[in-house]
Design a protein around this ligand. Structure first.
Ligand code: ADE
Ligand code: ZN
Length: 357
């Protein structure tokens, strides 16, 4: 076939598809999702029953009705309460498998997932139980549905730096199977400066790092994170929109921000989706990505986040393609794999026309 007829053939093959279908089908990565925040209410009740743990909700609907939050702290109280249902290796395996099955359906080709071991160590779960359960499900998902994944070990900013450093020792046997280290928890009153030694130690041990900053905290916490912790990514970072110099710094250093629009709406970080800074950040050339944070709690996985953002902010097809591209480029993986993923994305885009909505 000549190149002309090849082009003709591919143009003929271009499928017209509704914008929402395009968003659901485009190959993408997810970079900000907490495994302990991914448990659907039905699974939560099943885990509680099999481990003989009492929950305060009679059924899945009653639990779902509890998913209304005034702020991050309010959400974290429920999130930590629900962590008590995770006890055995099988539990950690099942929640990881559940999320990665959803990735396969949603065309998430690579997911980087957080888990925070401090919660479970405190509950008496040993680190082997947690790591074996999660890692075996990751291997199974890759073999069975072709979904690739990485694990990010997250520490809590409301605990001490010494406690965070102890986590690094705990996970030492799995150093080669850990994609990176992160930090979350209640932000206000827990500034990044408390963890400078910890992040330096993560780097010394060769880990990629990321940190929640500028979710409820001020732009100053994002700046402090960049200067004192030197992370490879920032989780959230929405408050940077209030500081033009900081926006310039983020662009110059090309630091990815893992935005979570539905989370921000549900935790009243923004007043509504129309007020979310995602669109302005994208227009200013920042390296932004869209993610789900804790999907059942906030009403959606990555595709629902993309669709809600597209509708609330009138994002066009180019913006969605840019977001998918950014998600693949921001992964903590080798460049050769990124190139392969980006090629897959280009092939998808070349073969689709989006129907005007
Ligand atoms: N842990 C789980 N979700 C979080 C969030 N949105 N912010 C901080 N810590 C978290
Ligand atoms: Zn988060």
């Amino acid at each position: 076939m000549t190149s002309h007829t090849l082009l003709q053939a591919s143009a003929n093959a271009a499928q017209e598809m509704p914008f929402e279908d395009f968003i659901r089908k485009i190959p993408k990565a997810e970079l900000h999702m907490h495994l302990e925040g991914s448990i659907e209410p039905e699974m939560m009740l099943a885990l509680a029953a099999r481990n003989n743990i009492a929950l305060r909700w009679r059924d899945a609907q009653a639990l779902r009705n509890a998913y209304t939050f005034v702020n991050l702290e309010d959400f974290l109280a429920l999130y930590f309460e629900c962590c008590k249902v995770l006890v055995t290796e099988q539990d950690f395996h099942d929640i990881t498998k559940g999320y990665l099955q959803r990735c396969a359906t949603d065309n998430v080709i690579h997911a980087e997932m957080f888990i925070g071991p401090q919660t479970f160590l405190q509950q008496g779960v040993d680190i082997d139980t947690l790591m074996r359960g999660v890692l075996s499900a990751m291997r199974d998902a890759q073999r069975e549905s072709g979904v690739h994944s990485g694990l990010i070990i997250s520490v809590h900013r409301h605990r001490s730096e010494a406690d965070a450093l102890a986590v690094l020792d705990c996970i030492e046997p799995w150093r080669d199977q850990v994609a990176g280290i992160g930090m979350g928890g209640p932000e206000v009153g827990n500034p990044p400066s408390r963890f400078a030694r910890f992040f330096a130690e993560c780097r010394r041990r060769g880990y990629m790092t990321t940190v929640h900053a500028g979710e409820e905290g001020p732009a100053e916490y994002v700046r402090q994170s960049i200067e004192l912790l030197r992370p490879d990514r920032i989780d959230h970072g929405v408050s940077a929109i209030h500081d033009p110099d900081l926006m310039r710094l983020l662009r110059e250093r090309n630091i990815p921000l893992t935005l979570c629009p539905l989370s921000n709406v549900r935790l009243n970080v923004v007043a509504s989706m129309a007020d979310h800074p995602l669109r302005r950040m994208l227009d200013e050339g920042l390296f932004v990505t869209v993610n789900s944070d804790n999907p059942p709690y906030f009403g959606g996985y990555v595709n629902e986040n993309l669709i809600a953002a597209q509708q609330g902010l009138q994002l066009d097809v180019e913006a969605i393609v840019q977001l998918a591209k950014n998600s693949l480029q921001a992964l903590f993986i080798r460049d050769s794999t990124k190139s392969r993923y980006l090629q897959k994305l280009s092939q998808f885009v070349a073969l689709r026309n989006v129907a005007p909505s």
